[in-house]
Design a protein around this ligand. Structure first.
Ligand code: NAG
Ligand code: NAG
Ligand code: MG
Length: 318
């Protein structure tokens, strides 16, 4: 009964939805490890179900170290029904922007990403594009990008993300944002960031899908960049409790607890994804433990003290 009720409410919430945007890392798989990552339980099946349902689907990723071809091959190897044409990533979004504005980039990106810019004129550069170049962030490479940028009459710096650092199996790694900041500082410019949570990034995914924001839902593990970014574009969004989801900030916790008492409306789970959805001051949030049919518990980590960063693992089964 309760499950049916939850299902009906979820159906009402999702009424009019024709398309889904899916984050990849932390939603479909966890990166790192021997095979380059491990699929998250149930996610491959969820992708199959979404496709079978006739909903339009785009995958939205921040990945800027490898071409989409390489990245997609890895995901196919992990059992996902996914193709390059279904993926929205920062590099192709940057290519569109470069073409629109007649910009010719000097690239400071990972060698594996260079093929994404194959069709872009790179002669006589009038801007710099920086991505997560990892080991290609040598002094020589960064300095060369700096020289190009500072030599421009009107320096244009485009960054494929603004992450500070990320974690891999062998430890923390400086991300593109740290190098972006170095170039901004040296040249006294402000970078234009392509990627989540930029509006243009979500809009290009929607355009590729041919669905307006009011008819789309974004599903991600990052409350700010996935959920917040999508909501800024007029989409509905849900947060999954996998990937980088760890705990809620104090601010959000307090709001949610209050809302939890006053206006909490459990809407059930999203097919295949362990989420709960809440209405919060007019905005939709997903939080709480994996949704289990018939259960409406107040999320345990909304009651107790904050879990430490990287804290307790989140369960993904009922
Ligand atoms: C990028 O890094 C790889 C691996 O260290 C190296 O083989 C390659 O020469 C580098 N490319 C550039 C342009 O620095
Ligand atoms: C993706 O990139 C955006 C903007 O470039 C950045 O702010 C954010 O931290 C990244 N989002 C995720 C989900 O990693
Ligand atoms: Mg993610």
């Amino acid at each position: 009964m309760a499950a049916q009720d939850g299902g009906a409410k979820m159906a009402a919430w999702a009424r009019g939805v024709r398309g889904l945007l899916l984050d990849i890392s932390g939603v479909l798989y966890d990166s790192g490890g021997g095979g380059g990552g491990a699929p998250i339980a149930g996610s491959a099946e969820a992708v199959r179900k979404i496709k079978a349902s006739g909903l339009k689907l785009r995958f939205c990723t921040n990945e800027t170290q490898a071409t989409r071809e390489k990245f997609v091959k890895k995901l196919q190897g992990l059992g996902f029904d996914i193709s390059v044409a279904e993926v929205t990533a920062p590099a192709p979004a940057a290519c569109r922007l470069l073409k629109e504005r007649g910009l010719r980039p000097h690239l400071l990106v990972h060698d594996d990403l260079v093929p994404e810019f194959a069709e872009i004129d790179k002669t006589n550069p009038n801007c710099v594009v920086v991505g997560d170049a990892a080991e290609n962030f040598s002094y020589a490479n960064v300095n060369e990008a700096f020289r190009v940028l500072i030599g421009l009459e009107k320096p244009v710096l485009i960054s494929l993300g603004r992450g500070r650092y990320y974690k891999e199996t062998d430890g923390l790694k400086l991300d593109v944002g740290a190098y972006m900041k170095a170039l901004e500082y040296a040249c006294d410019v402000e970078a234009e960031v392509v990627g989540k949570p930029a509006k243009a990034f979500f809009e290009s995914a929607l355009a590729e899908m041919g669905v307006p924001p009011q008819q789309a839902i974004m599903i991600g593990d990052d409350i700010v960049n996935d959920v917040g970014g999508a909501q800024q574009c007029g989409m509905r969004a849900v947060q999954v409790r996998t990937g980088k989801y760890r705990y809620l900030t104090r601010e959000l916790r307090e709001t949610l607890v209050v809302a939890g008492m006053a206006e909490r409306r459990q809407l059930g789970g999203f097919p295949g994804f362990p989420v709960s959805v809440f209405l919060l001051h007019g905005a939709w949030f997903a939080a709480g433990p994996p949704w289990c049919p018939g259960e409406l518990p107040v999320p345990r980590d909304l009651q107790g003290p904050a879990a430490p960063l990287g804290g307790r693992p989140t369960s993904t089964s009922c």
